[in-house]
Design a protein around this ligand. Structure first.
Ligand code: AMP
Length: 537
């Protein structure tokens, strides 16, 4: 048996995000649409429809036109959803910007995406975004024309000066969203996603959860990531279900309170979020029996954790999803009624209308049970990377297969196991980190001669970032000085938590650094054998 699977063939939706939204507003006008608990807001679909219409008019009045890029740089809030739908309705392209980005990261995205407008809150507990934006703009000629502060007179003025946009003319295969993720070059790549990609992925994932308009989703994951804005907000819109935002940024207690008080049926998270919720000292005070289903995704799910979510959270129909931004994102998902063994040991089977194969080093499909790289093909594959034909050609072959860079094994029963990463990405608490990007940044330090960044196993976060640094001859540098160099320039989760200064690196004869040797040495020196075992169990 070969490692090839094609999911069930069903009729895909041929709707834009705007059309899917209008249908739901018409059908479920008086049903609850979004509860943004930290903002004290409860909106019906009619309310959401009004908010979206106002936002679309505001954007049009600002001069945003079809094809223009509009950045959203905020943690979870109602305005995120207004902008997500409003940009789609006027034919503009939403650019998701990670709230953890700092000046250096942000400047890169502003430049690459060519965004015309960006929306942000001036500040929150984590950062003063207004100042970070000013630092990113300083000395750079950027195409950015408008920076609109949410929740201020600037936002209200934009709404007040709104001009009704013409009727929607976007096509289902037009690009509607750019989500940044990192490729092998180390710098974030803009993944171009169409209405068709996103509406259908949201539709099929909801179908996998047996969703109806009676479902209510507790969404502690960020909207800037596809987990939040495709499987979360867009999926709720496609199904006319209710979306509950417990907090701006992940807060385990707020998530538990939301499930209890809102009687949510569905909960999402990366594994570390479920661990934080289940281990919260007040966990027992909250009622979670309304939960039926949910999704754990983004990183390997430890077996024990899945068992606890099913038993202790009462989430009997919990599923695992696997995918990546370039695939809209979900490629495989376990079923709500799969035996627990399938749900803990695998990431499920190919989604409907989705082909999956596992290929060996020469590109040929391997036999079931043999490890190789996972590739996928179908409606879900991105349109490409923004302004990067070479990167796109390297990721998607002429026959339409997307190389995920993940190592996998297909079992005889058609379920897949993810066994590693062909690329070197580090996943720290659900955040993807690309060593090359940090290496390039650290190389900018005048005292650094060479540097390699790798992930070391961690019991709580899965992995932590570590750097091996070789200084220029005669130079000295303290660990903290190097960390200070990173602060405010790169996102906090990218800053190496551990730094080892070395005189040389383990190398192959062809001059390639052997990161696996560095990693093994760190595991021994730091006594991380146990963490390593639970990560690979
Ligand atoms: P992103 O593009 O941010 O969605 O990250 C995608 C990457 O996360 C994939 O290429 C995998 O390496 C990893 N990933 C996502 N879901 C899972 C999962 N269920 N199990 C293991 N790894 C996962």
């Amino acid at each position: 048996m070969q490692s090839y699977a094609a999911g069930q063939s069903i009729t895909l939706l041929e709707k834009t995000i705007g059309q899917a939204f209008d249908e739901t507003v018409a059908k479920h006008a008086h049903k609850e649409a979004v509860v943004s608990r930290h903002q004290g807001l409860r909106l019906t679909y009619a309310d959401l429809g009004a908010g979206v219409a106002e936002t679309a008019a505001g954007l049009w009045g600002l001069g945003v036109r079809p094809g223009d890029r509009v950045g959203m740089w905020a943690s979870n809030c109602i305005e995120w959803i207004y902008l997500q739908v409003a940009t789609a309705k006027i034919g503009a392209v939403l650019v998701n910007v990670n709230p953890a980005y700092r000046a250096n990261d942000l400047a890169y995205i502003l430049e690459r995406s060519g965004m015309k407008a960006i929306f942000l809150y001036e500040q929150d507990a984590r950062a003063h975004y207004g100042e970070v934006l000013a630092a990113a703009r300083k000395g750079r000629a950027l195409p950015l024309e408008h920076a609109v502060l949410l929740g201020t007179d600037q936002w209200r003025a934009m709404i007040a000066a709104g001009v009704r946009p013409p009727d929607e003319s976007a096509g289902v295969h037009d690009v509607v969203n750019i989500q940044y993720t990192s490729g092998t070059t180390g710098k974030p790549k803009g993944v171009l996603l169409t209405h068709h990609n996103l509406v259908n992925n949201a539709y099929l994932v909801g179908r996998g959860l047996k969703w109806t308009d009676a479902d209510k989703l507790c969404l502690p994951v960020p909207l800037y990531h596809c987990f939040g804005c495709v499987m979360g907000s867009l999926q709720a819109i496609v199904y006319g279900a209710a979306l509950v935002l417990p907090s701006a940024q992940f807060d385990p207690l707020a998530a538990l309170q939301a499930v209890d008080e809102e009687r949510c049926t569905t909960i999402y998270g990366v594994p570390t979020m479920f661990i934080a919720e289940l281990d919260h000292p007040d966990y027992a005070q909250y009622e979670t029996s309304s939960l039926r289903t949910g999704i754990m995704a983004g990183a390997p799910c430890p077996v024990e954790l899945m068992k606890r979510v099913v038993d202790e959270m009462h989430c009997t129909e919990m599923t695992i999803a696997y995918g990546q931004t370039e695939a809209s994102p979900v490629i495989t998902q376990s079923s709500t009624d799969d035996p627990l063994e399938v749900r803990v040991a695998t990431v499920g089977a190919a989604m409907p209308c989705t082909e999956v194969k596992v290929a060996g080093p020469s590109g040929g499909v391997v036999d079931a049970g043999v490890q190789g790289e996972l590739l996928t093909r179908g409606y879900l594959v991105m349109k490409g990377y923004d302004n990067d034909a070479a990167g796109t050609a390297a990721a998607v072959d002429a026959a339409g297969w997307l190389r995920t860079g993940d190592l996998a094994v297909m079992r005889e029963d058609g379920n897949f196991r993810i066994t590693g990463r062909a690329k070197e990405m580090i996943i720290r608490g659900g955040e993807n980190i690309y060593p090359r990007e940090i290496e390039e940044f650290l190389h900018e330090h005048p005292k650094v001669a060479d540097v390699y960044v790798l992930g070391v196993p961690d019991e709580r976060l899965g992995e932590r970032v570590l750097a091996w640094v070789k200084l220029r001859d005669g130079e000295s540098l303290a660990e903290n000085e190097l960390k200070d160099f990173c602060r405010g320039q790169i996102a906090h989760f990218k800053i190496p938590e551990f730094i080892r200064f070395v005189d040389e690196f383990p190398m192959t004869v062809t001059g390639k650094a052997q990161k696996f040797v560095m990693r093994q040495r760190e595991i021994e020196l730091r006594g991380l054998e146990y963490a390593q075992r639970i990560q690979t169990a």
